[in-house]
Design a protein around this ligand. Structure first.
Ligand SMILES: [Zn+2]
Length: 332
């Protein structure tokens, strides 16, 4: 049993309370490898933004859970070395699907876990979430739960049919489970193909797809039922078209990739939404730079020469999100 407190990590409780009161949101960036982690920590340290390092089940099996935990511990020390005196860094399990997975993360030094029972019948979601909360709270680990189903694909998480969170369920759910934050479904979606072309309109000039707006009325209803309660948005990448273009111009094939417009996320960040999950955008930034180097310099075979530019681009992306979308700069 390792406590996250020994690793210099923090849970989400105070961070979320400040974010809700201050009208901004905390970035939750997924990581699977060293370059992503370096970029996240450099961006957060530069901008003095609290940050949530997210690890999915897929990341745990890809990178090895022990190694990931030590990487997060290293991230705290690295942040200090960068001059960030009191780093506010959370290590969070993204989409935990069983009690056992959540327990093993709590036991291994995670400061926050998500239990995603959103695909279960309501009563089973309540029971499973409650069980995780009871375990995690003994160690002061915070718990994110989910109500409503997001569309899209993210690692092992995939849903064909999405439905919005039902505002009439949120009071009952949060009081029965004791969860610390709630992921809701209001039209965001996992992956780089968040909407089918037929769900969108097309910009007549550029041919780029314009996605349907988020259901801010549902969010407002939920906020009214749970004043000040921390709300989480998953699947909130914007799929920057400049990256899609670089990828497609350098041998890639991502037709009609589309995300959530940043102005909608900015609006959400000012509400009770206090955690915004971004994964696909960093995958796109990384892929775009690697493809470009491979295309421009076919003789290059030193991984540092293509992972380095990819890392720099991801840092740029993270800083942009922190400053221009989430508003979390200067808050840690
Ligand atoms: Zn998610």
């Amino acid at each position: 049993m390792v406590s996250y407190k020994e690793l210099g990590l923090v849970n989400t409780r105070e961070m979320f309370a400040k974010a809700v009161a201050g009208g901004y949101a905390i970035p939750a960036f997924n990581f699977n490898n060293m370059e992503q982690l370096q970029a996240i920590i450099k961006a957060a340290a530069n901008k003095r933004s609290p940050v949530i390092l997210q690890v999915s089940k897929g990341a745990r099996s890809y990178a090895n859970q022990t190694l990931l935990r030590y990487m997060a511990q290293g991230a705290v020390e690295y942040a200090k070395e960068l001059g960030w005196e009191n780093p506010q860094i959370v290590l969070h399990l993204d989409h935990g699907d069983t009690f056992e997975t959540c327990k093993s993360c709590v036991d291994m030094g995670f400061s926050s876990v998500m239990i995603d029972g959103s695909s279960l019948p309501y009563d089973e979601n309540v029971a499973l979430t409650r069980k995780v909360v009871e375990y995690a709270h003994q160690f002061d680990v915070t718990v994110e739960a989910e109500l409503g189903v997001l569309a899209g694909v993210e690692d092992e998480v995939a849903a064909e049919e999405s439905h919005y969170t039902r505002p009439e369920e949120v009071i009952d759910f949060t009081s029965k489970t004791g969860c610390d934050s709630l992921a809701i479904s209001i039209g965001t979606s996992h992956g780089a193909y968040k909407f089918k072309p037929e769900q969108c309109t097309r910009d007549p000039k550029t041919g780029i797809l314009i996605p349907p707006p988020l259901a801010f009325d549902v969010l407002a209803e939920i906020e009214k039922k749970l004043p000040g309660f921390p709300i989480v948005l998953h699947g909130s990448s914007s799929v920057p078209q400049e990256y899609v273009k670089i990828i497609n111009e350098n041998g890639g094939k991502l037709p009609d990739a589309v995300g959530i417009p940043e102005e909608q996320l900015r609006k959400a960040a000012k509400s009770a939404v206090c955690k915004i999950n971004i994964d696909s955008d960093s995958r796109l930034a990384m892929t775009a730079m690697i493809r470009k180097v491979f295309n421009d310099k076919p003789g290059e075979f030193d991984p540092r020469k293509y992972l380095g530019p990819a890392r720099d681009e991801m840092q740029k992306l993270y800083e942009h999100k922190i400053v221009n979308v989430l508003g979390s700069d200067g808050k840690a």
